[in-house]
Every structure is written in C-alpha cells, then in structure tokens.
Design a protein around this ligand. Structure first.
Ligand code: ZN
Length: 867
C-alpha cells in the first residue's frame, strides 16, 4: 500500500483505535425499538387512516347550501328501501316484481319536473353465452334502463353506467350491489334537475341479473336498442360493504378514460396492480365489465367496494353497517365522472383515442398519478439504469475515500450482493415454513379477525431472515477494513441494484406493476445523491438521516397501498376453498410486501449495537404471536362480522338405468367447504362426523351426481361432503325433461327433441354414451365448435316467465348401432329463495352449526336419465 493511500485511509477512518471507534460509532441499541416504532407509527397514523378516510356525508338539510351536489342521505334512503325487500334472486317475486316496481316508481318521481329528457325502458330478454366451460342460458330476465339526455338531443353517443339490483340468495345485498344502485339513483336525480348542460346522453342500466352470473349485462349489450350507441362504460360493483370504491380496471386501451378520471375525480382511489391481479384471475370474482368488453367492445372504468369483504354474499351484508361517508365518496366521484366523460370530446370518437395501456395509482387518496405504458417503460428503464449507475459511482467513491483498491471493493460488492440475495431467500423460506406449520397444526386463518397477527407472524419472520444473514456475515468478517457504516451502505446499494434489475425484468415482461419497484429505487437514489453531494456518505452514521428522510415517502405510499391490498384479500381467504392453504398465501404476500416496503429499512438495523440480539427479538415477537394464535384471539371467526361460510344443499338424488328404472336414490346434505377449516364445526353439526367426500361418485356418476349450478364450485366439487339425511321438501315445479321426438337423420345420426321445465335455477349436464358424439344442438355453438370435454354443462335460469325450454340434440354413432343407449342427462334443480321448503330436520341441522357460521341453505334435486 503506498503511503498516499495510507494517508487517505487514515483521514476517512481514524486508524489504530479504528475498530473501537467503529464500535462506538454504532448507534446505541435502545434506539433500535424507537427506529422500528417510528415506521410502525407512520403506518398506523398516516397510511392506515388514509386507506379508510371518507368525506363528510351531506344530509338533506345541507341541500340548500350545496345545490347540484350528491346528497349521501338520499342515497342511504334509497338503499334502505331496496334492502327491505329482502334477497333479490333472479326469478323471485322480490327481484322480478317488487324491486322493479320500487325502481320504476323512483324513476317516475325523478322524471317529473326535470329539465332534461328522461326515458325509462324495462327490458325483458332471453339469450345465452359461454362462461368458462358452461353455457349460461337465460330466459326472461329483466333490466331497467333509464336514459337521460339534454332536451332535443340527437346525439348517438351515450355513456353507460351499470350496477345490479339483484342479490345472492344468502343475504340482502346491501353492499353488493344495492349501495351502487342507490348511488346511481341519486346521481340520476341530481343530473335530472341540474341546469348544468349534459352534452351526450347517459344510460343508467339498473341490472336485474348479475349474480346469475352476468346475464343481464349480456342481455343489454347484445340486444337492447341503445346498446350500440354506448361508447364508454362506468361499471359499479362490490365485493364488500362500505369503504372507498377502487378503480381497478380501465380500458382496455383508451387512456383518455383515465385522463378524464383524473380530471374529474374528487376522491381518487385507483390501482394498476388491482387491474393486473384481476385480469390474471387472482380474484375469485367477475364483473359485468368483462361482458361489456367482450360482447360489446365497450371500453370503460370498473369500480368496486372491497372493504369488509367478510360480509360479502352473506346475510350480514346489511344497509345498517354501510357508512354514509361511502355514499358521499362514490357519489361525488360518480357525479363528476359522468359529467366529465359525457361531455368529453373523446367519447364522440373514442376509436381515435384507443391507444395503449395506462399506469395509474393514487397517492394516499390525495392525488392521482397517471401515465401511458410507453412513458412507464421509459421511466422504469431510466430510473433503474440511473440507480444502478449512481450505486456504482458510490462504490467508486467508497474505494477512493477508504483507500481500498477498487478491485477489492468490487469483490466486496460481489460478496454483499450474494449476502443480500441469500438474505431474501432465507427471509422467504422462513415465513413459508411457518405458513406450512400453522396449517399442519390446525391453526390456519388465525389472522382472519385480527389481521395484525400477520405482522407479528409473517412480517417479523421475513424481517428476521432478511436481517440475520447480513448480521452473521458482518460478524464473521469483523476484520474487514471498511467501517460498518460503509458496509451497510454497500448492502443498501446492493438491494437497490437488485430492485432495479427486477424492475427491468418486469418491464420487459410487460408487467405494469413494475412501477412500485421503480418508485423505491427512485427515492433511494435521491437519498444517495444527497449523501454524495453533502459528503455525508463518508460518515459512519450521519448518512442514515438523508436515507431515512428519503425512505419515508415511498414507505408511506407502499404501506398505504399494501394495507388496501391486505384489506381486500384477507376476507377472500374465507371463500378461496379448502384446497388453498391460506397461511402459505399470506406468507408469500407478506414476503412480497415486506420486501417492497422495508427492503431499505431493515438493513439499517445493523447500525445498532447488539444488532443480532435486536434481530433475534423479532423472532420473539413471532413466538409471542404464535402463542396468541393458539388462544381464542387467534380463532378466525366472529359471529356477525367475520363469519365462516358454508353452502348447504338439502338434496334428493335419483339415478336411472337404461330401462328408466331407479337404480339409486338417496337424500342428504351437500356441503361445500369454502375455506380451510371445515373441521372446526365437526363436533357441533349433526352427523358431521359421518360426512363423506363425494370424490368416488365423480368416477361413477355424471357431474359427480351433484346438482351444482354454480360454476365456481366446479373446481372443488370432489371435496364436497355428503351427509345422509331425510328427504327434502322440493317445490311443485320439479325439473323435468320430456322427450318430444326421436328422429333418424341418417344411418349414423339421430336427433332428439326435448323440453326442459322446472324451477328458475337449473343445471343440465349432457353426456353422450357408447361412442356417440354430439354433432349439433340448439344451444350455444361454442362448446361444440371448441370441442369442450363432455359432459356439456348448460345452466338455465329464468326471470319472469318460466315457460318450458324446447331444445334439440343431434348425435352421431359411427357404427350406427342404436340398440345401446346414446345419451345420459343429469338434471339439477334449485329452490334458492323458498324458506317454506326448509323441513324441520333441515332446520335442526342448520341450527346445529356454531353461531359464527353463515350457512346458505337451499333445497335441491338431482336426477340422471338415460336415452
Ligand atoms: Zn355484485
């Protein structure tokens, strides 16, 4: 070493008593809890409140002072009126008559005294479409369509606004989607009497069959007289109750919609990441948005409530718990958005503006950031490369200042990079193992009611892994000439390089959510530039101040963003089914979120004295939370608020042989496990210990002998449980298939004409037998054209008119042998909204469920017939 570099080194770090100084230059250990507490405090006092902040709701008294504005109290009244009707299932009197009447009367009231033209149309429609692998067929379902246009307008460009007034059988459907219907009504009222001009008409579609699923939007967009004029869409739905509505899908393409959203919106809440998650089917729901997009090519904005998903599709989705502030939030936004888009020049020639995807996100609900995908790519690439460049420059400076040769420093960089990668790997493995362990010891979902347990169980384990590896590395290489402060900076640079590379990879893979990584790198690099400019980077501890200051903004944003993400997802684990280990999924989420939010924070722990003890303290928190998870606090369910879901079908099944004789008949309860902890009820529920998996029936019977009509259940049907029981009480209109005629078309082809009648929810499964092949039929052609695997699944549902459905099937047998049977039909029937059909036995069975369970009961039938 030359004397010159020797001199430089002694300047940078006092030699001789060097190590003692370095040790002294570490921060005293008791500041470490304060350091961690600081970030927790930011999260709790800024990020979480930002996630739940609602505007002050306006009351009817405020109306004079706030003319032309959305009045939350009125929307609330609308909702209460709608919800008093009870569950509004397609085909029920509540949906097809009472709700229709109530809405029509409201519209008449709005019509009187308006300065605009208001047309009300009740659409009754029949049709079908293919949804996943099922033909979804509807007959006489209804829509109420209201068009508001400026007086004497001849514009042929309409804006469509959609929400649904029907509900699932299980509950009153206040959040989903009565709240949006009520909001639409209030927006319509304000628009009707407003003298602010509306350039183009707005069509409000009060949709009568969304839960069925998505039939009414299909009916509208493929058949209604106004459909072809609808050039843009605002879709309003819900998988929760209350909170703020999030914009989670836009376009596809059509960035002008987002531009108008940004201009108009009063309370922004939007996320590109939500869009990507939704479009890659991570979320077990679907909205009408898909139908409008796929069957009508209408671009639009898709918004929904996601807060309090615990009550979604249960009897606890009530109007009483829906906050008035949520109405104001959505109402303000919707009113402004409708005016903005209906008056925008782009809607009149939207094809011209249909270019490219967008990246958008709100910052703590304060403002919206929005740019095009191309701008995003440029931004990601520039920020990533500049970050890598500045980190490289900082390393070079480190070599100059410490007097250590660049080659040696680069070798250290290599080691540190490996250490950082290893720490992420260890940090990932530990929570994953814990997730598997929690499931194995029958403690999954312990955080379902107390979500903070996720922090204590999975985040702490991840942070432990992330911190202990570098701590050991620093411990084992104590003799290193580089002071600890510099080595920690190197660790942070390596983390930044990792993030930058990841951001580049995601950008190449066209994943728009890469922007979150870019943001982290951006702020870190700004902090680094400040450190270099002020020469603080040469200090042992002082550099940490610019670093922390620059970490605060991305932390607040990412913590806010992640909190919304967890709030949305946690309730969904109550309905992801039995096959998914929820703790494993939450462990993976925690790793991803922890890596993003705290990747630049956790390494700073190394700067404290007794860092290893502090890091091990994190495991102490994990242990404590594990103990809590074993107590009643960790029991997932709470009556009324965090319920466990069950669907129970009191079913009679009858199987016929080729001679049409009954070969098997039985009655019992079908139970569809909705989450991982079906076993928690086994000691309470009558005969639950005798429950059998119906898996073996799947090899023997058509559709496992299951009456299921819900597409979502099909993936997990083998898990269904069967408990023998007394016969159900079924409605008068039993599902029936009548063979009207059987005609030979040619030596190898035969044609059946049949008729199907029964209750308003039926499932028909068709299985060709003995080498027969389905060649043609009167149903939707797609399953045959696309060669779907039999049995074919036709879901048939009707609204106001239950007339029998006539259909025909044409089958071919290459050997022309028609002596053997050709066809098996499986026929499921459901009485989804008939309380009077619940037998005393069934009631007793339902009552035996613990009080934290929300069981949706209905009688059902299944019959197999051979032709
Ligand atoms: Zn809905």
């Amino acid at each position: 070493m030359s004397s010159e570099t020797e001199e430089k080194r002694s300047k940078a770090q006092p030699n001789g008593c060097e190590r003692a100084f370095v040790k002294r230059s570490k921060i005293k250990w008791f500041w470490a809890p304060a350091f961690l507490g600081f970030w927790l405090l930011l999260y709790v006092t800024i990020s979480i409140p930002a996630c739940h902040r609602l505007p002050r709701p306006l009351t009817i008294q405020d109306e004079d002072k706030h003319p032309d504005q959305f009045i939350a109290e009125r929307a609330e009244k609308n909702l209460r009126e709608l919800v008093t009707l009870g569950p509004r299932v397609v085909g029920s009197r509540q949906n097809e008559m009472a709700a229709l009447k109530m809405l029509s009367q409201k519209m008449q009231k709005i019509r009187s005294g308006t300065v605009n033209d208001i047309e009300v149309d009740v659409q009754v429609a029949s049709g079908s479409y293919v949804h996943w692998s099922m033909v979804n067929m509807y007959q006489s379902i209804q829509n109420i369509v209201v068009k508001i246009s400026p007086k004497n307008s001849n514009s042929t460009t309409y804006l469509l606004v959609n929400s649904h007034y029907d509900s699932v059988p299980a509950g009153p459907g206040a959040g989903d989607d009565g709240s949006m219907v009520a909001t639409m009504m209030e927006v319509l009222r304000v628009l009707a009497k407003s003298d602010k001009p509306l350039k183009n008409p707005v069509v409000f579609l009060f949709n009568g069959a969304e839960e069925n699923p998505l039939q009414a939007s299909h009916a509208f967009i493929t058949q209604h007289k106004w459909a072809k004029y609808c050039k843009a869409l605002i879709n309003l739905d819900s998988c929760g109750n209350g909170g703020r509505e999030i914009l989670f899908q836009s376009g596809p393409n059509h960035p002008w919609l987002m531009k108008n959203y940004r201009r108009a919106i009063k309370h922004p809440y939007a996320s590109t990441m939500g869009e990507e998650l939704f479009q890659h089917n991570f979320i077990p729901s679907d909205t009408d948005f898909r139908i409008f997009r796929d069957h009508g090519s209408v671009p639009g904005l898709d918004m929904a409530y996601t807060y309090n998903g615990f009550v979604y599709h249960t009897r606890h989705d009530t109007a009483e718990i829906f906050p008035r502030g949520s109405f104001q939030h959505t109402g303000d936004n919707l009113l402004a958005l409708v005016r903005q888009i209906a008056n925008s020049p782009e809607i009149e020639n939207s094809a011209k503006y249909a270019k490219g995807h967008t990246i958008y996100f709100d910052v703590l609900g304060w403002f919206l950031v929005f740019y095009t995908e191309t701008e995003g790519i440029i931004l990601n690439v520039i920020v990533s490369l500049v970050s890598i460049g500045i980190c490289g420059y900082a390393v070079k400076l480190m070599s100059v200042n410490s007097g250590i040769k660049l080659e040696k420093i680069l070798k250290k960089v290599g080691h540190t990079l490996l250490v950082q990668i290893l720490s992420v790997v260890v940090g990932t493995i530990l929570p994953v193992l814990l997730g598997l362990f929690m499931d194995a010891v029958h403690l999954p979902l312990s955080w379902f009611s107390n979500s903070w347990l996720i922090l204590g169980l999975y985040f702490t384990t991840f942070f432990f892994g992330l911190a202990i590896v570098p701590a050991m590395y620093f411990h084992w290489t104590k003799q290193d000439k580089l002071p600890i402060g510099q080595r920690i900076q190197l660790l942070l640079h390596c983390h930044c390089v990792l993030l930058s590379v990841l951001a580049l990879i995601l950008t190449i893979c066209k994943i728009r959510s890469a922007f979150v990584l870019m943001l982290s790198c951006l702020f870190y690099t700004v902090g680094l530039i400040i450190n270099i400019a002020t020469k603080l980077h040469t200090k042992d501890v002082a550099w940490v101040i610019p670093h922390i200051v620059c970490t605060v903004p991305p932390f607040l944003f990412l913590a806010y963003f992640s909190h919304g993400f967890f709030t949305t997802f946690i309730p969904m684990f109550g309905r992801f089914g039995e096959n998914l280990n929820p703790d494993l999924a939450v462990a993976v989420f925690s790793v991803a979120v922890g890596f993003l939010c705290c990747g630049f924070i956790i390494p700073v722990l190394q700067l404290f004295n007794k860092s290893k003890t502090i890091i091990c303290g994190l495991l102490g928190i994990t242990l404590l939370c594990f103990i809590i998870a074993m107590t009643p606090i960790g029991f997932p369910y709470r009556p009324n608020t965090n319920v466990q879901r069950f669907a129970v079908l009191h079913t009679k099944r009858t199987f016929h042989d080729a001679e049409n004789k009954v070969r098997r008949q039985e009655s019992g309860y079908f139970i569809m496990p909705q989450d991982r902890r079906t076993y928690t009820v086994k000691n309470a529920v009558i005969n639950m210990t005798q429950a059998q998996r119906i898996g073996s029936d799947c090899d023997k019977e058509i559709n496992c002998g299951l009456p299921l009509y819900n597409q979502r259940w099909h993936k997990t049907r083998k898990n269904s449980l069967w408990i023998p029981a007394s016969e159900p009480r079924l409605g008068e209109n039993l599902p029936t298939v009548i063979l009207l005629s059987k005609n030979t078309v040619s030596a190898t082809r035969i044609r059946y004409e049949m008729q199907l009648s029964g209750p308003n929810h039926m499932a028909l499964f068709i299985q060709p037998l003995n080498g027969a092949k389905m060649m043609d039929w009167s149903f939707h052609q797609a399953p045959l054209r696309l060669s779907f695997e039999p049995p074919y699944f036709i879901y048939f549902s009707w609204g106001v008119n239950g007339d029998p459905l006539k259909f025909w099937l044409e089958l071919e047998k290459p050997n022309g042998n028609w002596n053997s049977s050709t066809l098996e039909l499986g026929l499921g029937g459901h009485w989804t909204h008939h309380k009077e059909l619940i037998t005393p036995d069934f009631k007793k069975f339902l009552d035996s469920f613990p009080h934290y369970v929300d069981a949706t009961p209905w009688p059902a039938s299944f019959e197999s017939r051979i032709f």
